[in-house]
Design a protein around this ligand. Sequence first.
Ligand code: FES
Length: 372
Amino acid sequence: MFLKIIKIHKHEAGLYFHEAELRGVLAPGRHWFFDPLGRVRVEVVSQRAPWLVHEKLDVIVKSGTLGDRALVVDLKDYQRGLVWIDGRFSHVLPPGLFAYWTTYRDVKVEVVDARTVRFVHPDLAIIVKSQHAERLLECFAVPAGHVGVWFRDGAFVETLPPGRHVFWRNIAEVKLVPVDTRELILDVAGQEIMTADKVTLRLNVLVTYRIADARLSMTVADDARQALYRETQLVLRALVGARELDNFLADKDGVVQELDQGIRRRVPGLGLEVVTVKVGDKLIAVFNERGRYFAIDDVCPHMGASLSGGYVEQGIVTCPWHAWRFRLADGAWADNPRIKIGCYPVRVVGDEVQIQVPGGPPRPTAQSEEQI
Ligand code: FES
């Protein structure tokens, strides 16, 4: 009765304890113990499941009895383990003590230093998909057309390209901010600006830009786009405020050019790059007066009202807002003909009204439209 027989199968090992102290690892076969006081305990474990999980693993490892039957890994706080079993990735290990049977399975553990914070590996895609990997790894996706600005504990580290980026958790505070590097449009609309001769104009500016230095754009100003908006306003106000109205209208192209240069000078410090600057969109009003067609700029230079909604009489359209009057035949301001707005040649071809716009082919409109 005091004899204890333990049978260990070929794929098994026996953890032999005597009074809770590990005495050895039993190999396959029959083992006989004389145990009148019930002090012997043998735990039979399968070596086909290679991970040896045991509450007394530290005792087992320290006893040295595992020998070359197991691979022991002791990971420090800053280390992580990548476990490969039979050539396939299995799991990621946190800091701690681990042991794997190696008799029946080919186990390899790759120890990595997590102090780098960013985790880069040729098999990254497989590793991040493994079970429970998200407990130790944090993934960020930077979309196409963007870059990722990486901050570690609040300090800039580097700018990363589009794609997936993976970082170790619990090492540092990581922030990866996606920044759009495609061409963007800033609409500085409805700017009411007074000319030098005290006429208020309403202007729209479209700035096409892109972010040239993502880090700078994030760190120099709290909002680079808002800063660009402010800079555009300032340059525009300075240019228009220094000119009298007729001078402004006579040299619109020069104003746009100066505006462009002025904005370009200011934006590099914001990490931005200006692509184009345009003042207003070209909206054209077409009028049919007694069977004859006329085309002039639709936007009233005073405060931006649409002239197509104005009252037409004797070849003159009166602005619906403040009654500035423009001649349909040449776009001249009827009360001061030195000031002109754009006026365009019109021809009728079949059922189309075609307008010749500088720099573009004839623009057709439906013949039924009297004003647009
Ligand atoms: S908007 Fe004032 S006159 Fe046209």
